[in-house]
Design a protein around this ligand. Sequence first.
Ligand SMILES: Cc1cc2nc3c(=O)[nH]c(=O)nc-3n(C[C@H](O)[C@H](O)[C@H](O)COP(=O)(O)OP(=O)(O)OC[C@H]3O[C@@H](n4cnc5c(N)ncnc54)[C@H](O)[C@@H]3O)c2cc1C
Length: 492
Amino acid sequence: MAIRRRQSDYGGIVFKRPSTVLWPTTVEELARTLQSLHARGERVTVRNTAHSTNGQTLTDGPQINVGNIRHVTFDPVAGVVTAGVGASWDAVLKAIDFPRRCLPLFPNNPGQRIHIGGTASVGGVGFYGSRVGGFWNHVRSLKLVTMSGEIVECSPTVEPELFRFSLGGFGRIGVIAEITVGVLPSKPNVLPIILVYFDPDRHQRDFDKAMLDPRFNGVVAQEEHEGLEFNVTNAVGKPFRTIMVLCEVDAGENTDELVKQVRADYGEDLSLYLKGGPKIEGLDLAFEPRVFPKRYLVYFTPREYPLLDGLWNWLRSWMGLRWLLGRKPTVCRPWSDCVVTRAQYPQFMAGMREIIKKLDVGRYLEKSTVLHGLMNIDSTVTFVIKRQSQDPSQFFPLVLDLPNEPQHSLGVAIMPDVPRSELERGLRICRELTDLVYSCEGRRYLYGTHALTREQVEKHYGRSCLNQWQKLKDQNDPKHLLNIGVIEHVDA
Ligand SMILES: Cc1cc2nc3c(=O)[nH]c(=O)nc-3n(C[C@H](O)[C@H](O)[C@H](O)COP(=O)(O)OP(=O)(O)OC[C@H]3O[C@@H](n4cnc5c(N)ncnc54)[C@H](O)[C@@H]3O)c2cc1C
């Protein structure tokens, strides 16, 4: 089907109009589509849910939207789920009967609507990464379709090089058409304890300790920045930081002893607990421990809900008015997720705080809405990515594990939503954060907004990795037609 509407992505910064949009529905149809574009020598760009923010899915030429390849089959005996790359995380979770079972790692996005193949193509981090690492560690095998239309089965033992360079590879050497991922039994509830600190050193010490604590299924740190509505740091006169630790619990399990032990072992100033529910959008807090259905954690998305926006959303979704009243995005999302080693984390965080303060962007950062939406806290969030193996043959060179970090890489999500009138300021944050993270020997999560220099691309991947990647590109896309320019400088 030909569609020639102007497109953007979640960033709302770049706009392009594809000449054609092709929607294959099966792996074989995708192979035939690529083969015919290859025969005609036409460049093509792949689009999935378009939750990237740097225009990676946008083109003026032909585009393949893989969002209709969305079959899902669950094999309970083998403990794996096989999904077409257009299947949403929500569809995959339903197929495995979540919350009885779950994937070891799950991302957080609105309604789990992002497609699983998009996550695999860029990386995949989440709350449970402190224990289970990145999503790439749990992909058992995949079907890669090359530009000439060949369907290649890849796994750690079959075509291992293609396998390792497909995950996080932004579709440069082929299109991931189907993936098979491990599934685990899961408990229905979690106990999310939020440890609040006003002392930065104690916070850092306890964050280090929590990452290694076997009681926790997940560990995430959060830090408040100066925002418009309310600033705890100013009110208390000391920095406000948290560590959220997540423990899975069974229905009816008594959590009193666990809470007592955690509070005895950690030096927080205040303990809070998450509460949520179908009617509570976002995050809410309780002073008493309470069982929190894992479903709320998996489907939770931080968002701000001012009354007028809520009314507007309701009106737009009512009786199909969404389409009629659909507006051009007025918000731009120059998002930067930056990954650094444990050793470089304090230096990166200090530099990041300076940039946020200097450019006065605290008020635009991701909001955590608490106390029934009465308060929005502007924050950055640190995800932990535990290295799963020290064996170099099991290292995924294009994802978010850092080669120089043997234990825990730390990913900091800095997600400002700026009005279009402030776009230049937003892009400046991205540039300054980019310079900072590469000066700290880290790397950016490249789904976000960036304009890397050639030197930064070299630092990101390393020369030998780039050479190996290029060799695979030459072999599998000899005419250089697929996703050209999606990562800057590598195709030049
Ligand atoms: C609100 C929000 C929440 C998020 N939360 C998380 C999170 O918790 N954890 C996390 O890790 N990330 C998160 N992300 C980042 C997200 O994973 C990326 O934006 C990812 O790109 C989303 O997949 P997609 O389907 O939207 O990919 P797209 O944006 O459509 O594509 C991204 C890139 O991958 C390529 N591509 C897409 N599909 C394929 C394929 N099948 N084969 C080959 N190449 C392909 C595209 O050409 C493009 O270059 C979040 C993003 C947003 C906006």
